[in-house]
Design a protein around this ligand. Structure first.
Ligand code: GUN
Length: 274
C-alpha cells in the first residue's frame, strides 16, 4: 500500500507554477471574496492567499460582514469583472442564506471564474468542450493520480457524493479520461457492494462512509472529506485503518487532497484570459 503524498506533490506543482508565473507578461491577480464569519472558510481563504504569495500571484481578500446584500455583492463582482488588473475571482462558499449562490456564481465572468463553477464552464465540461477553468478539487485529484502514474482509462471509478464542487465535475473529468464511472450518494443502496467493484474510489460525502474492509485489492482510494471526529481529530470519509491494508494507493487526511486542491487552484489562478 502506497500513501499518496498530496503535500509533497502539491509543493512540486507550486514550484512549477512559480516558474511559469515568473515568465508571464501580466502578474495574475486573484480577488477572493469572503462573506461572514465561517471559521473553516477563513482558514481556506488564508491558505489560498499564502499559496498565491508563494507562487508570485497577487491576491486580495475582500471581506464582508454577514449583513452584505446580494445586490452589493453583485455590484462588487461587476466591478471586478471589468477591472483589467484582476485576472481571477473566487467567492468563497458557503454564502449566507439570504444570498442566492447561483446568482453570484453566474455573475462572475467565465474567463475569471478560477473555481470553474460558472454554468458556461460547467456546461463546457459536460459537453466535451474546453472550459476556461476546471474545478480545483477534481483537477487536483487527477494531478495526483497522474503524478503517481495511476492509469484511469478503462478503470471502474466510483464517485461518492454529487456536489457541484467535487462529485459532479469529478465524474465528468473521469469520463473524459475514459473511466467507467458510477456515481453514488446518500440514496444509493448497497454502497459496500458497489465500492467492491471499484478500481478507483473517490469519496466526497463529508461523513465517515467508506468503512468496509472489502475495497478491491490494489484499488486506489481518494478521500476528499475533512472534518473533526468526536475527539476533535481531523479525519476524512474513509476509515483509514480498515481500508488501507487492502488497497494499492490511499490519500491521507490531512495531507492528501487538501494541498492538491490549493495547488490546482493556483494552477487556475496562473491562467490569464484578458
Ligand atoms: N468552499 C468549499 N470548497 C470550495 C471551493 O472549491 N471553492 C469555493 N469558492 N468555495 C468553497
Amino acid at each position: 500500500m502506497i500513501i499518496l503524498d498530496g503535500k509533497a506533490v502539491s509543493e512540486k506543482i507550486l514550484n512549477t507554477i512559480q516558474k511559469r508565473v515568473e515568465k508571464l507578461q501580466t502578474v495574475p491577480h486573484l480577488a477572493v471574496i469572503l462573506v461572514g464569519n465561517d471559521a473553516a472558510s477563513k482558514i481556506y481563504v488564508n491558505n489560498k492567499k499564502k499559496a498565491a504569495e508563494k507562487v508570485g500571484i497577487k491576491s486580495t481578500i475582500i471581506e464582508y460582514d454577514t449583513s452584505l446584500t446580494e445586490e452589493e455583492l453583485l455590484a462588487k463582482i461587476k466591478e471586478l469583472n471589468s477591472d483589467r488588473n484582476v485576472t481571477g475571482i473566487l467567492v468563497q462558499l458557503p454564502l449566507p442564506e439570504h444570498i442566492n449562490k447561483n446568482n453570484i456564481i453566474t455573475a462572475i465572468s467565465p474567463k475569471k471564474d478560477v473555481d470553474g463553477f460558472h454554468p458556461e464552464n460547467c456546461g463546457k465540461l459536460l459537453s466535451g468542450m474546453e472550459p476556461y477553468f476546471y474545478p480545483a478539487t477534481p483537477q487536483g485529484i487527477l494531478m495526483l493520480l497522474d503524478e503517481y502514474k495511476i492509469p484511469i482509462e478503462g478503470k471502474n471509478a466510483v464517485v461518492i457524493g454529487r456536489s457541484n464542487i467535487v462529485g459532479k465535475p469529478m465524474a465528468q473529468m473521469l469520463l473524459k479520461r475514459n473511466a467507467t464511472v458510477t456515481m453514488c450518494h446518500s440514496y444509493t443502496q448497497n454502497l459496500d457492494e458497489i465500492i467492491k467493484t471499484a478500481d478507483i474510489v473517490i469519496s466526497a460525502a463529508g461523513k465517515k462512509i467508506v468503512r468496509c474492509k472489502m475495497v478491491k485489492k490494489n484499488s486506489v482510494v481518494i478521500d476528499v472529506g475533512i472534518f473533526r471526529d468526536s475527539n476533535g481529530k481531523l479525519t476524512g470519509d474513509v476509515d483509514f485503518d480498515f481500508v488501507s491494508p487492502s488497497c494499492g494507493f490511499i490519500t491521507p487526511v490531512p495531507g492528501g487532497v487538501g494541498p492538491m486542491t490549493i495547488a490546482s487552484l493556483m494552477y487556475n489562478a496562473s491562467k490569464v484570459y484578458l
